[in-house]
Design a protein around this ligand. Sequence first.
Ligand code: MG
Ligand code: MG
Length: 275
Amino acid sequence: MSRGRGGVRGLVNRLRGRDIELKTPGELEAMRAAGALVARTLVAVVELAKPGVTTAELDALAEQTIRDGGAVPSFLGYHGFPGSICASVNEQIVHGIPSASAVLADGDLISVDCGAVLEGWHGDAAVTIPIGAVSEADLKLSAACEAALHAGIAAVRPGGRLTDISHAVQEACEEAGRRDGVPYGIVAEYGGHGIGTSMHMDPFLPNHGEPGQGPRLRAGMALAVEPMLTGGDPETLELADGWTVVTADGSRAVHWEHSVAITEDGPRILTLPVS
Ligand code: MG
Ligand code: MG
């Protein structure tokens, strides 16, 4: 799940580098276990997602996989959210509500965001899945977002600054846009976040901006890095359901996310599948 921009108090705390939870190596191992379960859940969802399947079926599989792993879906009931995953199809960017009436069709592009809490520690990750034969443009859009995610992760280093990540994400998106001949839209209203004993913690992590700003990154912090890209304008609208965020211009959107620990050796992705 992505975090919306906070208020003034959150901004002050972010600028001061306060309120960022530091984990011990043992606690990061516990977060890795939660992240591995999220990854396993997303793999199961990817394998089920095909034309004719509903997003409610994906949600049921995700909930079962999370509970079988001894964890609890962290999205379910979060501010009243009714699903264990966010299932955002086509022009939906994030926070789509799983539904028995949302039947996946050939050519759809679905972003699935998943979170689990295992023994008190959270994992949060998202993938975008092509359904059947998807257009070349949509595949490039998704690839651009995934590459931006990994560019952001590569910018994570102890002693660096938070917006080094933001800047790397932005540069990767712009570079992909130039290469693909499409000025991809970087969604600004939502972004990444600290993660640990709660799903959404300080700091808010924008997906664009100048480097060298914000809190200094320290070993023991954990962040969810999650770019959201559109094939058109980056402006968003929230649907009347109070959750689903869509592109204002109806263009397609994609979302990729990993939870990442900052270690003395650099970034460690917590939400990769265990091989
Ligand atoms: Mg998420
Ligand atoms: Mg998130």
